[in-house]
Design a protein around this ligand. Structure first.
Ligand code: SF4
Length: 387
């Protein structure tokens, strides 16, 4: 897999292209063009960096811009404290690169290998995915309260609330439906919350200047490389997440370092910002973010536990699914039916967004993930040519 220059976009077509057009069929935004027999090109104004073209190209002719050299340089620099986070979808795919069966959870070996690579603190994005759940769940409550006229919520956003953790979906909305932006949750993604918390709270606790901390993310996602470079993410006064590497790139670093991954003993994440409730483990799968945030909202509003949201056709990965969750609101003495919707695949969001903008939507909370089935099938995951 070739690496390409960041200047020309996160995802690029290389000269191995045989113009088979397969990438055109999986691109959610129509960003790829070219005739048969002619090397294809990506229009970076339309591209949302999701990498679906990359993992589906039969000739491995599409590459993503690599930050691996910068990570290695940081690890060798004694003046830097390099810390790392890994998203939930990485641990269930990394093992495939070492011959383990698909879906094997290699969380403990992943933590151990990151320490062998030289990361000073090994954390877990599940910590900030928990924060995302709390933020998005609380924001939803305020938006619902505003809609039913509860005083003190006038500044809240409109309903429905869309999830905001998928950077490909965010870029798609910005490019194509700017009028929908007030409906998106104001919560940062777990990756970016982690960067902000690392360079403020953790840096202070570790007695490290934010300027001397390097935050690296391991993600199943090529669009996260684009997200970390967005200029708004500088809570500490420095870029919150410095570098993103994909699941594939981490596997490459482990192999290059000669680490015997399969025989490593399991280790735990460092605790400072590495522990979590486990509620965010489902974030990598379609429906996971919404279900976790809705559980929080349900618990706060009703004072009871919601164990599971029963979605229509929950199995089968239908691209648009919905459900109604009835929430008894203790403080108001009323019962609210909350209509939720899950969209997987950005193309499929178009009618949902258009219904919202034309005032026809009955939904209150909508999750959008660009990749089919969610981040487990992201553009940074292992490529299976046998699938
Ligand atoms: Fe990245 Fe997940 Fe969105 Fe795919 S669904 S673009 S992997 S955040």
């Amino acid at each position: 897999m070739s690496s390409t220059s960041l200047a020309s976009g996160i995802v690029n077509v290389t000269d191995a292209c045989r113009a088979c057009d397969h990438c055109v069929s999986v691109c959610p935004t129509g960003a790829i063009s070219g005739r048969l027999g002619q090397q294809h090109k990506i229009d970076h104004k339309k591209c949302i960096n999701c990498g679906q073209c990359l993992i589906n190209c039969p000739f491995e002719a599409i590459g993503d811009a690599s930050m691996v050299d910068q990570v290695k340089k940081g690890l060798k620099d004694p003046s830097k404290v390099v810390v790392v986070q890994e998203a939930p979808a990485v641990r269930v795919a990394l093992g495939e690169e070492f011959g383990l069966p698909t879906g094997t959870n290699v969380k403990g070996k992943m933590f151990a290998s990151l320490r062998r690579l030289g990361f000073k603190q090994v954390y877990d994005t599940e910590f900030t995915a928990d924060l995302t759940i709390m933020e998005e769940g609380t924001e939803l409550i305020h938006r619902v309260y505003k809609a039913v006229g509860v005083a003190g919520n006038e500044q809240s956003g409109p309903l429905p609330q869309f999830t905001s953790c998928c950077p490909a979906w965010i870029k798609y909305a910005e490019n194509n439906y700017p009028a929908i932006l007030p409906y998106l949750s104001s919560a940062k993604s777990p990756q970016q919350m982690f960067g902000a918390v690392a360079k403020t709270y953790a840096a202070q606790k570790l007695n490290v200047r934010p300027a001397d901390m390097v935050v690296v993310s391991v993600m199943p996602c090529t669009a996260k490389k684009f997200e970390c470079d967005r200029p708004e993410f500088t809570a500490s006064g420095f870029q919150d997440v410095d570098y993103v590497i994909t699941t594939r790139e981490l596997a490459g670093m482990i192999k290059d370092a000669g680490i015997d991954f399969v025989n490593l003993s399991d280790e735990e994440a460092d605790r400072l910002i590495g522990s979590s409730t486990g509620a965010a483990t489902i974030f990598g799968v379609t429906g996971g973010v919404m279900e976790a945030a809705l559980r929080t909202a349900y618990e706060i509003l009703s004072g009871q536990k919601l164990n599971k949201v029963e979605f229509e056709a929950v199995r089968g990965f239908k691209s648009v699914r919905d459900a109604t969750v009835t929430i008894p609101v203790k403080d108001l003495g009323i019962t609210l039916p909350v209509n939720v919707c899950i969209v997987t695949g950005t193309k499929n969001v178009i009618p949902v967004v258009e219904d919202v903008l034309s005032g026809k939507s009955a939904y209150h909370f909508i999750e959008v993930m660009n990749c089919p089935g969610g981040c487990v099938n992201g553009g940074g995951q292992p490529i299976r040519r046998d699938a």
